[in-house]
Design a protein around this ligand. Structure first.
Ligand code: PMP
Length: 442
């Protein structure tokens, strides 16, 4: 490979992408890959969808950009109407952005402006969870609980308070799942009281964890208790649905599984679905109206609501709703989860399988009883995903750090996946796990 002039996180080099269609991708050497993680849980409706491409082309032929202070555009208006129609009751207004970090920043700034407009200037703290991932810009990083990302920058931002994410699968107490859910939720209450409720602006959480926790699902009792605690203390509940939103867990929002109406919701990833950078924030009407009445939302990004992104987003939503992709996500997700659970019998070092819809993960351990992780220097998360990559299967690896260690892998193929794709994923994964076990003496 010739030296590159661009750089990302590391020196890792990958082959050039040639083309992609449906759930498959090909590099320039003709090698075929099954996109078993939809990129970074982005390409939810698969690659090169002709209807999305046509909608983008149609919009591009008319106008590619009109600055929002100079022109409104029909694509943005139609998309906002569609998103509002799919969102929880009262979320009638939509604020567009171009990515997940932007969505999270916008959600928090909206919450803050709402508090200020109500005369509650003392509220500024945003409680989040450890581990968690909310984005890479400074504000979103302050909420993110993931040591390798936080540590180098700590002096440069004001870290926000954290409570443990409910990683119940590691707990050894004798509580029921229901009790555990309440125990973790009550940690939010304790933290709010410790900080002083009058200083707490919001609590932000991923309803199903993403990259940092590997598809962590809390016990059912957690969700309503968190909602109640926020209500009791006047704390706004922000759902970061950047990864979970727009159908990935089998419902438009993961919040729907627990019948929760968050105050503010952040969306991205599957919204632009790999066709365009696109994100959005929805909020309860009284929040938006109060902020607008008090002089307006002092916030915005240049590319927000641009016509191409919105035309693409509209076509993506049309694909999801008209082709029953959320229903397919439930069916195929169930099949895939059962298959992953089946692997636990064959491979004793798979300690946990979790997730919802097609946001699924498995975690490796050295001992299933104690859930002790594999040694860090084994670099299991890199090794196994590289073996799978060589065999033509893309999965998304992470080693969780910051008090919790563990190698986990997100397996999140596009929502258009079929049972045949699931069988292919499981077959390649089995071969990869066998090779990994053999090479590492497991
Ligand atoms: N929130 C969550 C839950 C995410 O998963 C991500 C991306 N992994 C982000 C925020 C940040 O999104 P982006 O990378 O588009 O800025």
């Amino acid at each position: 490979m010739k030296p590159s002039h661009l750089f990302y996180q590391s020196r890792l080099r990958r082959p050039f992408l040639d083309r992609a269609e449906g759930v498959y991708m090909w590099d320039i050497h003709g090698k075929k890959y099954l996109d078993g993680s939809s990129g970074a849980m982005v390409s939810n409706i698969g690659h090169s969808n002709p209807n999305v491409l046509a909608a983008m082309q149609k919009q591009m032929a008319k106008a590619t950009f009109g600055y929002r202070l100079h022109f409104e555009n029909e694509a943005a208006e139609n998309l906002a109407e569609r998103v509002a129609g799919l969102s929880p009751e009262g979320h009638d207004k939509v604020f567009f952005v171009s990515g997940g970090s932007e969505a999270v920043e916008s959600a928090v700034k909206l919450a803050r402006q709402y508090a200020v407009a109500k005369g509650e200037d003392s509220r500024y703290r945003v409680i989040s969870r450890l581990p968690s991932y909310h984005g890479s810009t400074f504000g979103a990083l302050a909420l993110t609980g993931y040591a390798p990302l936080n540590d180098p920058f700590r002096p440069m931002y004001k870290d926000m308070p954290k409570i443990p994410a409910p990683r119940c699968y590691l707990d050894t107490d004798s509580l029921t799942n229901h009790e555990r859910g309440l125990r973790y939720a009550n940690m939010l209450q304790d933290k709010i009281l410790e900080l002083g409720p009058e200083t707490v602006l919001a609590f932000i959480m991923e309803p199903v964890g993403g990259a940092s926790t590997g598809a962590l699902v809390a016990p059912d009792s957690y969700y309503q208790r968190v909602r109640d605690i926020c209500d009791e203390h006047g704390v706004q509940l922000i759902y970061d649905e950047v990864m979970t939103g727009v159908g990935r867990t089998g419902a438009f929002l993961a919040a729907e599984h627990w019948n929760i109406n968050p105050d503010i919701v952040a969306l991205s990833k599957g919204f632009g679905a790999g066709y365009v950078p696109l994100g959005a924030v929805t909020a309860k009407d009284h929040i938006v109206e109060t902020v607008l009445d008090a002089g307006g939302f002092q916030h915005g990004h240049t590319y927000a609501g641009n016509p191409i992104a919105c035309a693409a987003g509209l076509a993506v939503l049309h694909e999801i709703t008209s082709k029953g992709l959320m229903e397919n996500t439930v069916t195929v997700g169930t099949l895939l989860k059962q298959g992953l659970e089946g692997l636990m019998t064959d491979f004793s070092f798979i300690g946990d399988v979790r997730g919802k819809g097609l946001l699924l993960a498995f975690e490796l351990v050295s001992n299933k009883e104690t859930m002790a992780p594999l040694p860090k220097d084994m670099n299991a998360y890199l090794k196994l995903s590289d073996i799978a990559y060589d065999k033509g299967l893309i999965i998304y690896p992470r080693r969780t750090r910051g008090g919790f260690e563990g190698d986990h892998f997100l397996v999140c193929p596009p929502m258009i996946s079929t049972p045949a794709h699931v069988a292919e994923i499981l077959e390649t994964l089995t071969a990869s796990l066998k090779q990994f076990a053999h090479e590492n003496g497991l």
